[in-house]
Design a protein around this ligand. Structure first.
Ligand code: ADP
Ligand code: MG
Ligand code: MG
Length: 193
């Protein structure tokens, strides 16, 4: 499937609204196994994206992706800012060669993994991306599958990020970044409707 500028903007605006209305919940999840700021971090990032879009409508997909990357890199601290920022920056770079959604997401995931060093099973956002991408490739992604990928982080022990400091005590809690990445992909489905 092709990622057009229109679809991308619709997607990010829906994602922004979802993050903003679940800001407290995301921070609550992060309070259990981190430092309680994931909702605030993500809300700052998505608000900056919305402001950027409102200030001057991006002329093409590459500039929209770049704007998103810069919002996360410059406005969001912590682990999630540079990780989401890298994802969108890699997509921006690749968008000069392709606008295939799967190809773009594949380079984004590679960027996240390179930057953070996490692999599947480490209880991070990577667990959601790894399960969702093949479904996007096959055109079989559903909300239910996204939900399952997010829920699967509950039983994992964190191996990366702040939650890893808790060792076994990280088991039994959802990973906040997996939940926010779940929002990203459920809103992609909504934008496609
Ligand atoms: P911080 O932990 O610095 O306060 P956030 O709370 O905003 O940053 O984000 C935490 C989320 O970032 C985690 O729930 C996890 O999904 C993700 N994360 C942390 N470290 C990594 C990593 N090395 N690789 C991939 N994702 C990571
Ligand atoms: Mg945090
Ligand atoms: Mg923090």
């Amino acid at each position: 499937m092709e990622l057009t500028l229109d679809l991308y903007e619709k997607w990010l605006r829906l994602f922004a609204k979802k993050v903003e209305s679940n800001k407290a919940y995301l921070s609550e999840l992060d309070t259990a196994i981190g430092d309680g700021d994931h909702g605030n971090n993500m809300a700052r990032g998505v608000s900056a994206v919305e402001e950027g879009f409102n200030l001057k409508a991006p002329e093409d997909l590459t500039s929209a992706l770049k704007l998103t990357a810069m919002a996360f890199i410059s406005k969001v601290g912590g682990a999630s800012g540079p990780l989401y920022g890298t994802a969108f920056l890699e997509m921006a770079k690749a968008s000069s060669k392709t606008n295939d959604l799967y190809d773009l997401l594949e380079v984004a995931l590679a960027g996240i993994k390179k930057r953070g060093g996490a692999s599947a099973g480490d209880k991070t956002m990577v667990d959601v991306w790894e399960k969702v991408l093949p479904e996007i490739k096959n055109g079989t992604l559903t909300e239910e599958k996204i939900h399952e990928a997010v829920e699967a982080t509950k039983d994992m022990q964190a191996k990366k990020g702040r939650a890893s400091y808790l060792g076994e005590r990280s088991v039994g809690h959802l990973d906040p970044g997996a939940v926010s990445s779940g929002y990203l992909f459920t809103n992609l489905l909504k934008a496609e409707e």
